[in-house]
Design a protein around this ligand. Structure first.
Ligand code: ADP
Length: 621
């Protein structure tokens, strides 16, 4: 039966704790998951909306930039083909008067390896030069021969002179002579601020150079010693080269340098599509002006910066933003800008800030439910345990009471029968037998009194009838009723009564029952030493009745529990001592009902002293 109860307890525990907790946790997690999904959905809506606004602002900005931005470039298209913005090649075939000394100079310089003769020829050519192109080519050749002749200073002078030539004076490939001069000065390690200043002038750095010239400009700038101005110029020139490559790619996508595959965007509805070049410097679109399509190239960074700083878009819920080439974790800017995306500063804050209160709420609710469930389970556990204990105690009680009843009944019957069979026996023996029968029936009465009183207490119907009385009288009466049986069992009862104690206001029968219970316990747990002391004395404002035995004693850990109903301490070797576990419970109830107390001093093997205290009526004796 105990096993079945245990299994039931475990099952109950599982049902009451685990199932609701699991359900609550599961539900909580599910709801949180849904909340997160919702928050993410909200976030992506916000991102998409903002990206739409940003794209609109960007389109507007670009449309304006295409019109006024100094850096934006408009390319004319003819039959759908982008026309090159750089100057065409000039036919600069020199005259025969100039060509012949140049030719003989080149023969002497390259075939004859005679720079001195070559220099003389080139000087002649310079004299014969008529056009700026001829003057410049002769000067370039002179400088070159001077360099070969190790006339470094002369060479530097010649190149420096050539450096000042305007960019339009260019060779048959469209490369300005000034650029040749700059590169050679670099070779001679004679670059100076003058070279830097020259390369930064508008005719080189700002105008359209032919692609070959642009590359040469870039290598000339690269030879400059590093410094702030040189670095800035380098970046500028890089961008120009990049721009030229963009145009180059637009003109003939197949021949474009590697990595520069692009075409001007097509239209998306009425809106132009803007493409970003591979260098991420330029945005390119085909716009239609006066029914003629034009390809427009706009510097990207400047336009992005204007949109990023624009008033209308400041203070988005996701903080600031940056527009750039499209990456994985960014919000695309839509079909008008297929290469662009926007990255928000606080992209995830919204989700976390959205979820934080919910999380806290669910956590608190979860903890509360779990705590309540555990608390409920604990109560249930205690209830069940108490039920089980009560059931055990009751069954023990029934068997103990039956045993206790049987013993005196058996003796009564035995002595009564003996008396009948020995009717003629001597008078003295008959008296003894009658004493035993009376003693046993008194014991029976005490036991039944205990049971009856306890059941009244249980039902809350126990009523005490207090009256003024002397404790001394009760002590005497208790001694009297036990005297005979004590004597019979060979006990020595030593009684010590303090004289002149004040009266008490108490239920005489109840107090006597309590004293009798203490005395009978002293007898029951005596263990061979048959001395019992009964003392009545004053203890402050109490009258204290002390019962001391020298018996088996009680373990300290049982001192509190022995006053509980049905509790019986374990006394190894003394299991045969019978009892219902009610005596001390009644003593305590009686003490409490009289505003008194009962205490015990005891240790195993050293006997016990129980002290019942009842308040005295007045403080003065
Ligand atoms: P019982 O009918 O078992 O004696 P009581 O309520 O009178 O019930 O006592 C409760 C328990 O206290 C006893 O079972 C016993 O273990 C312990 N006890 C009471 N009085 C004494 C004593 N004088 N010496 C040793 N143990 C005692």
């Amino acid at each position: 039966m105990r096993k079945a109860i245990k299994q039931r307890r475990v099952l109950l525990f599982l049902l009451v704790v685990t199932v609701p907790c699991a359900l609550v946790i599961g539900l909580g997690l599910r709801t949180l998951g849904q909340e997160r999904e919702l928050a993410e959905k909200r976030l992506s809506d916000v991102r998409a909306r903002l990206a739409g606004d940003i794209a609109a602002a960007l389109a507007q900005e670009l449309a304006e930039a295409a019109g006024y931005d100094a850096e934006s470039i408009t390319l004319v298209t003819v039959d759908g083909e982008v026309q090159p913005p750089w100057p065409p090649l000039h036919d600069s075939t020199p005259g025969e008067r100039f060509r012949s000394p140049i030719r003989s100079g080149e023969d002497a310089e390259f075939a004859g390896a005679d720079p001195t003769a070559a220099l003389a020829d080139y000087r002649r050519a310079a004299m014969a030069a008529e056009t700026p192109f001829e003057v410049a080519s002769a000067l370039l050749a002179v400088a070159r021969a001077q360099a070969k002749l190790a006339q470094r200073r002369d060479a530097i002078n010649s190149y420096s002179e050539l450096l000042a030539y305007p960019a339009v004076i260019a060779d048959q490939h469209g490369i300005p002579f000034a650029l040749y001069a700059a590169v050679r000065l670099g070779d001679l390690e004679a670059t100076s601020d003058a070279v830097l200043a020259r390369l930064g002038q508008d005719d080189l750095a700002e105008s359209w150079l032919r692609p070959a010239a642009a590359y040469m400009l870039r290598s000339a700038v690269a030879t400059l010693p590093t410094g702030d101005t040189a670095d800035a110029l380098q970046r500028h020139v890089d961008r120009r080269v990049d721009l030229i490559e963009v145009v180059f790619a637009l003109r003939s996508p197949r021949q474009a340098p590697a990595g520069v595959r692009m075409s001007a965007g097509v239209s998306v509805g009425d809106e132009p599509q803007w493409r970003l070049d591979a260098g991420e410097h330029w945005l390119v679109a085909t716009l239609t002006a006066a029914d003629k399509p034009e390809v427009v190239i706009v510097p990207a960074a400047a336009v992005f910066a204007r949109v990023e700083r624009s008033e209308g878009l400041a203070g988005t819920p996701l903080g600031g933003f940056r527009i750039g080439a499209r990456g994985a974790q960014e919000e695309p800017l839509g079909p008008r800008f297929p290469d662009l995306a926007v990255r928000f500063e606080h992209a995830d804050n919204l989700v976390t800030s959205d979820l934080r209160p919910q999380r806290i709420f669910y956590l608190v609710a979860l903890l509360a439910v779990v705590a309540l469930t555990l608390f409920g389970a604990l109560l249930l556990w205690r209830d069940v345990r108490r039920d089980v204990q009560m059931a055990e105690m009751r069954s023990q009680f029934v068997s103990s009471v039956s045993h206790e009843l049987r013993t005196p009944l058996t003796s009564i019957r035995m002595f009564a029968e003996t008396m009948r069979h020995r009717a003629a026996a001597d008078e003295g023996q008959t008296d003894d037998f009658l004493d035993i029968i009376i003693g046993e029936s008194e014991r029976l009465t005490r036991l039944l009194d205990n049971v009856l009183n306890f059941s009244k207490i249980e039902r809350d119907s126990k009523i005490y009838h207090p009256d003024a009385m002397q404790l001394e009288e009760v002590v005497e009466s208790a001694c009297r009723s036990l005297a005979h049986s004590l004597e019979q069992h060979g006990f020595e009862l030593e009684v010590e009564v303090e004289e002149g104690l004040p009266r008490v206001h108490a239920d005489r029968d109840a107090i006597e029952q309590a004293v009798l219970n203490l005395l009978t316990n002293a007898v029951k747990y005596a263990n061979g030493d048959r001395r019992i002391e009964l003392r009545l004395r004053r203890d402050g404002r109490f009258g204290a009745i002390e019962v001391t035995d020298h018996g088996i004693g009680i373990r300290p850990e049982d001192h509190e529990q022995i006053f509980e109903p049905f509790f019986r301490a374990k006394h190894p070797g003394h299991d045969h001592v019978q009892g219902a576990g009610l005596g001390l419970a009644l003593v305590r109830h009686i003490a409490d009902a009289h505003a008194g107390a009962v205490t015990v001093v005891s240790s195993p093997g050293e006997g016990s002293t129980f002290c019942l205290k009842i308040p005295l009526e007045t403080d003065s004796p």
